[in-house]
Design a protein around this ligand. Sequence first.
Ligand code: ME8
Length: 516
Amino acid sequence: MSDSNRFYITTAISYPNGKPHIGHAYELIATDALARFQRHDGKDVYFVTGTDEHGQKMLQTARKEDLPVQEFANRNAAEFKRMAEVLNASNDDFIRTSEDRHHQASQAIWQKMVDAGDIYKDSYAGWYSVREEAYYQEGETELRDDGVRYGPQGSPVEWVEEESYFFRLSAYQDRLLKLYEKQPDFIGPDARRNEVVSFVKSGLKDLSVSRTTFDWGIKVPDADGHVMYVWVDALTNYITALGYPDTDNPLWDYWPAIHIIGKDIIRFHSVYWPAFLMSAGIELPKRVYAHGFLFNRGEKMSKSVGNVVDPFSMVEHYGLDQVRYFFLREVPFGQDGNYSHEAIAGRINSDLANDLGNLAQRSLSMIAKNCDGQVPQPGELSDADRAMLDAADALLKETRAAMDRQAVHSALASIFAVVSEANRYFASQEPWALKKTDPERMGTVLYVTAEVIRQVAILCQPFMPDSASRLLDVIAIDAGERDFDRLGGAGRLTSGAALPKPQPVFPRYVEEEKSE
Ligand code: ME8
């Protein structure tokens, strides 16, 4: 059974029918920040990402590239794995749906649904979007002037007619509506919840859950010629990763999950998935949270490098933590967002290099020069000192509340509001002037500033793991003193502790010269 200290979080598993793009990177970075935050906050976290390798789209793309589909999947899945490494994602597992363990889990959940009497054979005739791997009712589609029929999300649909197994989704309509009502947090943000509730209220039809016109998928048990509809197997990845169907194994204790996905696949996660789980008698996820879509404004990302839109070159160009910070801070999680070279360079220079980087470098250089490179001894605290420390001490509560509702951008906004406050504090206290007039007071101001930096750096770890760790190194915080239980008064800087020579942590972004 679930234990309140366990925390299981997942991303969607990506279709490796091409190279990873910024949308994939965004979801992984945000989920990684949510996972790391909970780990630093003392939770026992399990974090899973991976690739969704079956279905018609994968098969068609592999054929276009003239490759056997498994080989095509292997090649591209490797790029998704590499992206997770390059982004410094802290996932505990990377699941591929073509793995044996996943075939077993999918067949096991299928069998449970059969045992529950929820699967029957019939034939399907209707519209299908290969791009979305989704069935649509005629009323949801639109025949446009170009003679092509499109689904509600703008992808072309084609007519499909084949023998198929069906899942009795219609039988779950009331139970699903009850779920959304009794567990209002099941779907977030609210806009997505409302959308799902009205979709379910409009009436659920039984779902075609097997395909017979191709064989790239997981075999339906005891049904020659049928492979599972890709979404049945895709959603099951979340429990395969915990060892399903062996629910006695220790990983199973992490279930239920929080699923982080994009808004285009909310219906699969908050309608089909809970219905499958109810049918199979498995506990439902805690929450399904849909983030928005990222759009590139279309202009050149850099004058000399060209349009930097793939995650690998973006990281190479701007730096990993800079990219992580930008996406998490700039785009309110749950809403759509834009990115552009100007916006990224602006954030790097104003928030990271100027506000946080300069403050750290200036205050720590003053300590190096004027306090023998040791954390100074604070004197009596003034109101301004106390207010400054109180603001830093309040951050854990604020960021925890934000991260609990996946408001990643709000957590960062709170942290950086304290950084701005610390800059105002530092400027108004003028420690450089105190050096001659009141060195003890200078020590107090530098102590308070360094203590704020300590707390900010600890809290920045989930978002910018490497940079935050380097910042903690320059204030000599031991590896064992970096978790959130050291925030606030519990872990104040120790006066007299020797600090290493300060090293700048956040370089400015400098425009490259035009190469033409
Ligand atoms: O949907 N901005 O895979 P996928 C933000 N295999 N997020 C984006 C995005 C963008 N421009 N484009 C895509 C699938 N995403 C299925 C999932 S889960 C059991 C199966 C998000 O490769 C998208 O919303 O098309 C999804 O959450 C993830 O990237 C993978 O998309």
